[in-house]
Design a protein around this ligand. Sequence first.
Ligand code: ADP
Ligand code: MG
Length: 392
Amino acid sequence: MNIQTLINRIKSADAHAQRFLKMFEIRQEGGKFLFIAPGPDYREWLETLVRNFLEEELRGLIEVRERKQERAGGELLNPRYRLENFIVGEGNRLAYRVVLEALERPGELYNPVFVYGSVGTGKTHLLQAVGNEARKRGLRVIYTSAGDFASEMVSYLREGRINEFREKYKRVDMLLIDDVQFLAGKERTQIEFFNIFNTLYLRESQVILASDRHPRELEDVSDRLISRFEGGVLVEIELDEKTKLRIIKEKLKENDIPPREEYVELLMGARNVREIEGKVKLIKLKAPQPRERKRKGTLEKILEFVALYYALSPEELLSDKRTRRVSEAKQIAMYLCRKLSSASLIEIARFFRKKDHTTVIHAIRKVEERKKKDRKFGHLVSFLEKQANAKL
Ligand code: ADP
Ligand code: MG
């Protein structure tokens, strides 16, 4: 079976195949035809077609894979890093724009892009976000760090497969190299990288690099590489105070933590976004938030229970109505909330839409006094307490 016959068979099964197949990389490997899809949609399309429209014997010849399942450098792209969740402000706006432009017109305008800035300023996030987006659009992307690139190169070299290594990197539409400072002192890696870079550059494939320092401050990196880096667009990325505040608020929100002054103040002391994230995790561990929520659930249950007993709606119990039935139910509900939950008087007052907690104190006192005087009422309260408690 030759590949063209196979492709023709696929085309005759689906009118879109002509267009779709262009997005695939097709190779022959061990007697099989490997169809590498640029993403999950294309993979599913071809798998379905193969399953439903091709004869058994042809089916056996085809293997469909997704590009990201192929070994792509040392690290894979993390889907958590997206352009939409990258907060843009003064300190990172330029880097964001340049990188976005490179995504829109890969290899055309800004090549290479060199992003530099201190730790935790979002370089990795930005690179991976662009990588994720580019991959979605069907570009062949490799993301790796200079350190992983170096060890990968060494292992290919040892296995006598250095040509495969070169081919793999020269095939891409977009190469993203993180932590370029780790090229330091690795001469052979620098040579390989230089050659790959030149090929990609001439082919107008996009190269984006990130480093913790300006190219001129890279140690033990060859001059010719540095001049290549400087020949593209250099953008610094920093964390300014205003953006920091926005990131803090966003991270608190993501973690369901109320943006209290004390938290914000504490977090503004962090030196970078990574530190902010670490501290937010700590706050989350210590924050009373989940308990508060549980308490609120408890208060709601007590309210519903008492309302049901008095044949009122929960809303009526929270209203300003002052009929005897409503007043009594309200007092008992507040009393039970105090006894059965860990909510503070203020929290209970707020829950019952009262301006301050003296109302709650007053209600509790009323119930206690009446319990002493009125035995029937006392029994009723104990009964309700037991029943409500069983429902919590
Ligand atoms: P770097 O690579 O510069 O050291 P990272 O990209 O690893 O920094 O960022 C550290 C963490 O902070 C990551 O979890 C990242 O998602 C987050 N982060 C950094 N900058 C931003 C930003 N502008 N908006 C949202 N999250 C950010
Ligand atoms: Mg990084």
